[in-house]
Write a protein that binds this ligand. Sequence first.
Ligand code: FAD
Length: 404
Amino acid sequence: MDLKSGYPFWAIRNGLMHAFPRLREDLDCEVAVIGGGISGALIADELAAHGHDVAVLEQRDIAWGSTAASTALLQYEIDTHLAELRQRYGEPRAALAYRACAAAVERLGEVAADLRGVDFRRQRSLYYASRAGHVPLLREEAALRARHGLALRWLDADELAADYGLRAPGAILSDCAAAVDPYRMTSRLLARLRRRGAGVYDRTRIQALHATSRKVELRTGEGLRVRADRVVVAAGYAGQHWIDQRLARNRSSYAFVTDPLDADDLQALGETLVWESARPYLYLRSTGDGRLVVGGCDDAVDLPARRDRRVQSRAQRLVRQVQQRFPRLRLQPAFAWAGTFAETADGLPWFGPHPQHGPRVLFAMAYGGNGITYSMIGAELLRARIERRAHPLARLFSFERTVG
Ligand SMILES: Cc1cc2nc3c(=O)[nH]c(=O)nc-3n(C[C@H](O)[C@H](O)[C@H](O)COP(=O)(O)OP(=O)(O)OC[C@H]3O[C@@H](n4cnc5c(N)ncnc54)[C@H](O)[C@@H]3O)c2cc1C
């Protein structure tokens, strides 16, 4: 699957950080994780830290899938409003999903704190109304979130202009958010895992998967055999190939990064993620060295050749969109890129077994705008399942939920 176009910034900035071997002989382990992106890394780390014998198998270089293209805004906010999730699943479950995302942002901070320099920075999140007509809906959403203990306040148009230089009719400013370098975090997690004795193999493609009632057997492209008690398919958007049922829609999202800006230009954007109520939405964040990363202009369908052609023109369109909202900002893209991005109908991810493969094959499909936050929840959820413990989100984030 061709997942990205152009020059994803993190891979350029960091290069190939660690060398991993390819698999050269048959392997037996307790849990085999297919996929060496941020999901596979967080899941393998969580399992290994709790005594499980784990091996990670990646067909490309580590972190070279969607993780390299991610803009990595870490948010408790799901693309689907809490009010809409409440309508679908009832208020307790909807609120549980939102609060779990807030806890996952904190947990990602704890994981990052144990790694060297992954540019994890706590932020606030500004969710602005794209049109005056969206204000009542957002105010209602803010009140509902506040009722469930999420720390936020409402900013009106004058406050947005004064504090952010933003032209918008109103916004929810939330305390809980963060940003990270996802490529570094993944590489560092998997290098540490390898130092601690786990198998981490790249350039190793899993071609076939066969589950019985006792084991799961994998075959690599080179004909090697991997036998495991359980397999976690953390194959990103390619995970859809293993399931016949249509689970998500693939879109393309475009992004660029600037050179470092002056602190005077960045102002409050240095500590605030920004996104909006229009769909598709514009989103932006800063980096530790003072750059702005801007994303959006999504295509409704992901066509890799078209995505390749559009990288530069979409970057220019994003520049214009930012300038309309932040007239004081003069941005120049330094690197631009695009990537595949999958969305489920309700904005929630899928973690757990699918009837097509039985209970020993666990999927980790962190699909949606806050995929990395979902991956953190998924790591804990899948460990609970492997250890036969209950997890409060096991049902809501599983294939059992019905999606309209
Ligand atoms: C432009 C863009 C912006 C985004 N912005 C954000 C954001 O701001 N915040 C956020 O939280 N999320 C964001 N996302 C989503 C986020 O990037 C993803 O949720 C996340 O990277 C998914 O990680 P993953 O490990 O599941 O997938 P990947 O990083 O794709 O990792 C899966 C790996 O599995 C490997 N693989 C697949 N099949 C096989 C096989 N058969 N054998 C061996 N290996 C295999 C692939 O090579 C790949 O490396 C964005 C995505 C894009 C494209």
